[in-house]
Write a protein that binds this ligand. Structure first.
Ligand code: CTP
Length: 297
């Protein structure tokens, strides 16, 4: 059995089939786009399926929700959400109107090349049902970037068009172990001062995601290196270069970052399910927690 057959079960195939059927009846185009195609290629689980279409998108989404027994939410001009809860989980389908004259034009308005991929829904279904090759529409060479694990912006104004994409960049780098392409890195550093233009609740959500444990210190250092940390938290500005009493050798900013690093290491040590060999022994043996203590934590 191919891995995609295991990753994507018959529920999702049925839902996509129904969506394709309704859009076909409405004589609308139907493409799976963005992160959903990326996840299909990476054989990663996908909960949130993005579909670009044309015609009366609101009406199509409402009808699909009704047919599938799901909820319909008109979020804004660009997204109509269908939420389906079945015995296994909750699925989300976001139907959005094609941006621009064609699917290629739509893809050029997206953030990163690995997210600027599309596939006609019929091809997706053939791929899931019969294992045929997906062969996505890939005008920006995103598949190559996926293969070489590189995050590259679609065009130079990507962060100016939506500064939240700077934090999305960090999320994708972390999640897929990507390196940032040189020009993208320059644009990110250049556009960092624009981040506060974004609604705080959007920043909050991305920030809490990228600051998950085991990697949070690296993220904080990345944010600092690219002007994003003190843009987000200007209270940290005076901490840079602020000396401490001679007992300490870091300035206050570095000390704060090292404190997070120490906390991450401590959390790893105290994690009961990890094997001993994975635990960094930064505590002297006398202070290392005994197994029975670990189990009660
Ligand atoms: N997108 C974008 N700019 C944003 C948000 C989204 O260009 N600020 C586009 C990307 O093509 C993205 C798609 O819309 O792939 C769907 O967005 P979203 O669901 O937020 O992200 P995903 O890439 O699907 O990531 P995830 O797997 O975390 O949902």
């Amino acid at each position: 059995m191919k891995k995609n057959e295991k990753t994507y079960n018959h529920h999702i195939v049925n839902y996509l089939q129904q969506i394709n059927h309704t859009l076909h009846n409405h004589k609308s185009q139907a493409y799976l786009v963005g992160g959903s195609v990326r996840n299909l290629l990476l054989q990663e689980p996908c909960i949130d399926w993005d579909i670009a279409t044309d015609g009366d998108v609101v009406n199509s989404a409402r009808q699909i929700a009704h047919t599938l027994g799901g909820f319909f939410v008109h979020m804004h001009d660009k997204a109509n959400r269908i939420v389906i809860k079945d015995d296994q989980q909750e699925w989300i389908f976001d139907l959005s109107p094609l941006q621009g004259e064609s699917i290629e034009a739509d893809l050029h308005k997206r953030d990163f090349t690995i997210n600027a991929l599309a596939a006609p829904l019929t091809n997706v279904l053939d791929h899931l049902n019969r294992g045929t090759e997906l062969a996505p529409i890939d005008p920006l060479n995103g598949m190559n970037d996926l293969a070489i694990k590189q995050l590259r912006m679609v065009q130079d104004r990507v962060f100016q068009d939506d500064p939240l994409r700077m934090l999305r960049a960090v999320r994708f780098m972390r999640r897929y172990h990507l390196t940032l392409e040189k020009h993208t890195e320059q644009a990110l550093t250049r556009d960092a001062p624009l981040l506060p233009q974004v609604a705080p609740e959007r920043i909050h959500e991305e920030l809490y995601t990228i600051l998950q444990p085991q990697g949070a210190t690296d993220v904080l250092r990345f944010l600092d290196k690219h002007n994003l940390l003190t843009t987000l938290i200007p209270e940290l500005l005076p901490a840079r270069g602020m000396p401490q009493p001679s007992l300490h050798h870091w300035d206050i900013l570095d000390h704060s970052l090292e404190t997070v690093a120490a906390l991450e290491q401590l959390a790893q040590i105290l994690q009961p399910e990890r094997g001993d060999e994975d635990r960094p022994h930064l505590l002297p043996p006398t202070l290392q927690p005994r197994e029975e203590q670990l189990l009660t934590l």
